[in-house]
Write a protein that binds this ligand. Structure first.
Ligand SMILES: [Zn+2]
Length: 373
């Protein structure tokens, strides 16, 4: 198993996610293992100013300005701990097409922890965030192409508090320019047929049963059609084509597949990755409808709940992270009383980072593109 595969496996453990979670497929290039027992130090590019993280910098209002410019990189050195697990830096005004590259190295000797990097715009909306398991000392790189000019913030946190031990990190932030990734049309195939086996992230599932095997008369083409139409309605005016195996063969063009099966699962759904910018047009997700079918729901409630889970996992595949809002489709953990009603995409507080918001509609417009009326 390569380093990157073990990273994926580590990240695929449930993240306090009551009913579904995306498997984060890491796109980072991992650096060499650093020295045990030392604070992490990255090589400093020429013309770099070195900044020590200085409290208070735990929210947007107290973000620490770091003096980043096109001709000057910034190296930031800080420490995360249980009592202070968030540092926020103000990057200043950036222009459309500029590229922020944040190369970060953590050193967590005593506990497994994920360093999480988030890039936020002036509205405190996330542009991109990445999480990674940093056990001893690894380097990861996060790249953001600025789609809209404005002020930007960079937040550093961790997903598992390390207690009093602390979690030193070192980060080099540089500014360059790059073509803005164009929105990409996504074709999605809802496969209700079942398959002998399927792999989602690093998780393999066998005997994936056809939706038609559901009890209580729920596994019918008519119910599947309602689910498909509701998911299509969750992605309005966006350049996405959602097809059903009840209507058509699997397409020849690159497409993602969401398997909607009759199996029970310990959770309702799982996705390959959070595909920021929709860079991969051939992702996979799986929805386990067995538990929903035996949850004493009416047919309409079952349709709502299943469609919500499909739209949620599909959201990960086109670049959305979790939120904290039971009426929003990317909600991290939704009680059945909300899951069995209609959810939709709207701006909500981000769940996978201590601060910030996710404007899911805007991110979908960025990654997929908007259909002309
Ligand atoms: Zn999820």
């Amino acid at each position: 198993m390569s380093i990157s595969e073990s990273q994926i496996a580590s990240s695929s453990t449930p993240r306090n996610d009551g009913w579904s979670y995306g498997v984060i497929l890491l796109i980072f290039v991992l650096g060499s293992v650093g020295l045990v027992g030392c604070s992490p130090v990255l090589p400093v590019p020429e013309n770099t100013v070195v900044v020590a993280s200085t409290e208070p910098n735990n929210d947007f209002d107290h973000a620490q300005a770091v003096g980043l410019s096109a001709t000057q990189a910034v190296q930031i050195n800080g420490t995360l701990s249980a009592s202070d697990n968030l540092d926020v830096f103000f990057l200043g005004e950036l222009q459309q097409g500029q590229r922020i590259v944040a190369e970060i190295k953590g050193n967590n000797l005593f506990q497994n922890g994920d360093i999480v990097l988030g890039l936020f715009d002036a509205n405190q909306d996330v542009a991109i965030f990445e999480e990674n398991v940093v056990t001893v000392s690894q380097t990861e790189t996060v790249t953001l192409i600025v789609r809209e000019a404005g002020n930007y913030y960079l937040g550093v946190s961790e997903s598992s508090p390390t207690g009093a031990v602390g979690f030193p990190y070192s980060m080099v932030v540089t500014l360059g320019s790059e073509e803005i990734p164009a929105p990409r049309k996504q074709i999605v195939y809802l496969n209700y047929n079942g398959v002998p086996s399927v792999t989602i992230g690093t998780n393999s599932f066998t005997n994936v049963r056809s939706f038609s095997e559901l009890p209580y008369g729920l596994g019918t083409p008519a119910v599947a059609d309602k689910i498909t139409k509701q998911v299509q309605g969750d992605y309005p005016q966006l350049n996405i084509q959602i097809l059903s195996s009840y209507d058509t063969q699997e397409p020849q063009d690159p497409h993602s597949v969401v398997f909607v099966c009759a199996n029970d699962g310990a959770f309702f759904g799982m996705a390959d990755q959070i595909d920021w910018y929709n860079q991969d047009l051939s992702d996979r997700a799986i929805i386990f409808t067995g538990l929903l079918a035996t949850s004493n729901l009416t047919e309409n409630q079952f349709v709502d709940a299943t469609a919500n889970v499909v739209a949620h996992e599909l959201g990960h595949l086109v670049g959305l992270a979790h939120t904290h809002d039971h009426t929003e489709l990317m909600d991290q953990s939704t009680p059945m009383s909300y899951l069995s009603k209609t959810q939709n995409f709207h701006r909500a507080s981000l769940a996978d980072f201590p601060i910030g918001w996710e404007d899911s509609v805007q991110l979908l417009q960025f990654s997929l593109g908007v259909l002309q009326p």
